[in-house]
Unconditional design. Structure first.
Length: 301
C-alpha cells in the first residue's frame, strides 16, 4: 500500500486547528513533517496519529480516523498497541452513517494487520453494539438511526464470513439464538460468523424466539451445541427460566448449552448441568475447541 501523505491544510483539518498553528508546531519540532523540494510541508499518517495519541485528542478526531487508519503502518501500530477504542470509534462512525464498505474495509485491514476474527468481534464489534444500545436507551440515537447502524453492521459481519480465513468443516451444527426480542442481533451475527470461520455450521435463529420454539428446532436438528447470547434483558427471572428449559432438553438430546453476553453470569447458570457461561467471544471459541479435542479423544477409544 502506498504511503499516505497529508498537506498542511489536511493536517489542520484533522487536528482541528489553524494552518498557522500547524506550521508553528512543525517549526518548534512538536509535530513531525518533511519538506518537498519546493519547500511545502508534508505529513505522514504515522506522525499525525502519534501526535494525536500523545496529546490525547480523543473523540475530536473521529471524523479523521478513517483517513489515518487507511495507512497499513498506522493500523498495525493500533493493533499492536491494542488501542481498540480507535478502531471501534471508526466502526461506530461508519455504522451510524450507513457506510458498510467503510466497515468492511476496516474489518479487512484489521485482519490483514494481524487481528483475528474473534479479537475483532470482542474488541471492535461488541463495544460498538453496546454503544449503539446505550445511546438508543438514552434517546441520544433515534430508532431509525439505530436500525440503520444495526443492519449495516450485521450485513458487514455476514459478508466477512465469505472473506475471512476459515478452518476445515467439522460437520458439527451449533444453534444460536436469543429469547430477548430485537436486542442482540449484532452479537448473534458475530457469534454465528465466528463459529462458521472455525468450521462449524451455525444456524442463527435470531432474537425474540422462545424456549419452546428453540427446543423444537433442537429436536429436529440434533446440534452439537446450543449457544444463547443475550446482552440486555428486560426480565432476568424469565431469562433464567427459559434457559433452564433449553438446558434440560439440550442435555437430554446430547447437546451442550453455552451462554454469553452481559445478561448472563456464573450465578444464573449455577446448578444447571452442562451449561457453560462464556464472558467473551474468545471464551466461546476456546470452549468449542476443547470440546472438539475431547470428542476426538473419545472417538478414538
Amino acid at each position: 500500500m502506498a504511503e499516505v501523505l497529508f498537506t498542511t491544510n489536511d493536517a489542520a483539518n484533522i487536528l482541528r486547528v489553524d494552518k498557522s498553528t500547524v506550521k508553528r508546531w512543525t517549526d518548534e519540532g512538536i509535530l513531525k513533517c518533511f519538506r518537498t523540494p519546493g519547500g511545502h510541508r508534508k505529513f505522514r499518517s504515522e506522525d499525525l496519529y502519534n501526535f494525536i495519541s500523545e496529546n490525547n485528542y480523543g473523540n475530536q478526531t473521529d471524523k479523521a480516523l478513517p483517513q489515518l487508519i487507511s495507512d497499513e503502518m498506522i493500523l498495525r501500530s493500533i493493533v499492536q498497541k491494542k488501542e481498540f477504542n480507535v478502531l471501534h470509534s471508526v466502526c461506530f462512525s461508519g455504522a451510524i452513517k450507513g457506510k458498510k464498505q467503510e466497515i468492511l474495509t476496516l474489518f479487512s485491514e484489521c485482519l490483514s494487520a494481524g487481528l483475528s476474527v474473534t479479537a475483532l468481534f470482542d474488541n471492535v464489534v461488541k463495544p460498538t453494539a453496546k454503544k449503539l444500545s446505550i445511546l438508543l436507551s438514552q434517546n441520544k440515537l433515534s430508532v431509525s438511526e439505530f436500525h440503520l447502524a444495526k443492519n449495516v453492521l450485521i450485513s458487514a459481519i455476514i459478508q466477512l464470513n465469505d472473506t475471512a480465513e476459515r478452518h476445515e468443516r467439522n460437520h458439527k451444527i451449533i444453534v444460536c439464538a436469543s429469547v430477548e426480542n430485537g436486542k442482540n442481533e449484532i452479537e448473534l451475527a458475530a457469534v454465528a460468523t465466528m463459529l462458521e470461520t472455525n468450521g462449524y455450521t451455525a444456524l442463527n435463529l435470531g432474537s425474540g424466539i422462545n424456549a419452546e420454539e428453540i427446543n423444537q428446532f433442537v429436536v429436529r436438528t440434533k446440534p452439537f451445541a446450543v449457544c444463547m447470547y443475550t446482552t440486555f434483558t428486560a426480565n432476568a427471572e424469565q431469562l433464567t427460566l427459559e434457559l433452564k428449559i433449553i438446558a434440560e432438553l439440550s442435555k437430554s438430546s446430547g447437546s451442550h448449552c453455552i451462554v454469553g453476553g452481559e445478561a448472563f453470569n456464573n450465578e444464573i447458570v449455577k446448578g444447571m448441568d452442562d451449561v457453560t457461561f462464556c464472558s467473551s467471544f474468545a471464551e466461546i471459541e476456546s470452549m468449542q475447541f476443547r470440546n472438539i479435542k475431547s470428542l476426538s479423544i473419545n472417538n478414538k477409544k
